[in-house]
Design a protein around this ligand. Structure first.
Ligand code: ZN
Length: 278
């Protein structure tokens, strides 16, 4: 990741010299450097919620004006576009790191730019996200450790399995309810944070929709296996589908869907084929 000072220089290098703007912005470089240092120290200590917005303003330039000059105008310049493009291209397969589902479309300011203008082009504060997550996140800032949303550069949880689901049978259809199943290595704060993140970004609802699609996709294969060898064959087939997906991503929504269905006897046996007796 590029240094905050390099990103800042890239964004202000082509700013207009009219009314001394560029000179004023170059003078603010030291404030930006100190702000980036405070952000990194707080990130390392896991207390981003303790950052005080008044330490992140820029002397003699109003917050909104600074953001307009540096972020909005600066990111449109040749140097700024390079920074922006690099950040947007970072998530594998353009997958939004907050929901792990949507396509990256925008940059979110983890610490909102309206409150923390000095961090407006700090790469550590710029998270590529999908439109929906950006809308939900809005100007929220962390107030305490528990409601600090997961920061994709700082909180890496994908190497552990934490997503699980259970089945709900209703009038012959099956649906999944997803939930956070914390691994033993997580402490209480991380568990609460992930659960809050899950709720805020409506991941249960979003994953349930994806699960419905996954169930439709597999219906033909399941019916075929059931006819060939009953519930046992269905279970094996679903386990293999799950394994394939979970090998790539331990918390793959599709993978968890197939794993959950494989463990559900009612689903594996399928609807009763017995003819009604009169
Ligand atoms: Zn998203």
């Amino acid at each position: 990741m590029r240094k905050a000072s390099d990103s800042y220089q890239a964004c202000v290098a082509r700013s207009t010299t009219a009314e001394g703007r560029r000179e004023r912005l170059l003078k603010a470089a030291d404030t930006v450097r100190k702000a980036s240092q405070m952000l990194r120290e707080a990130a390392a200590a896991r207390d981003l919620h303790d950052l005080d917005a008044k330490d992140f303003t820029v002397p003699e330039i109003a917050g909104g004006t600074f953001v307009e000059w540096v972020y909005e105008n600066g990111m449109q310049t040749v140097g700024g576009r390079v920074i922006r493009d690099e950040l947007m291209a970072a998530p594998p397969n353009e997958r939004c790191p907050l929901c792990r589902q949507g396509t990256v479309r925008q940059l979110d300011h983890f610490m909102p730019k309206s409150l923390f203008p000095a961090l407006c082009v700090d790469p550590l504060n710029l998270v590529p996200v999908c439109e929906r997550c950006n809308l939900i996140k809005g100007n929220k800032r962390p107030d305490n450790a528990e409601n600090t949303i997961l920061h994709p550069y700082l909180d890496r949880i994908s190497h552990e399995s934490w997503l699980d689901a259970r089945t709900i049978h209703d009038f012959g259809t099956v649906q999944l309810r997803f939930f956070v199943s914390p691994p033993a290595s997580w402490d209480a704060t991380l568990t609460t944070r992930v659960k809050n993140h899950f709720t805020l970004f409506e991941l249960g609802k979003r994953y349930a929709i994806e699960a419905n699609r996954a169930i439709s996709d597999v219906t033909y294969g399941v019916d075929k296996q059931r006819k060939r060898g009953g519930a046992c064959m269905v279970r094996d087939y679903l386990r293999e589908q799950a394994e394939t997906r979970l090998a790539v991503d331990l918390n793959s929504c599709e993978g968890v869907t197939y794993r959950t269905l494989a463990a559900d006897d009612l689903y594996c046996h399928g609807p009763s084929t017995q003819e009604p007796t009169n």
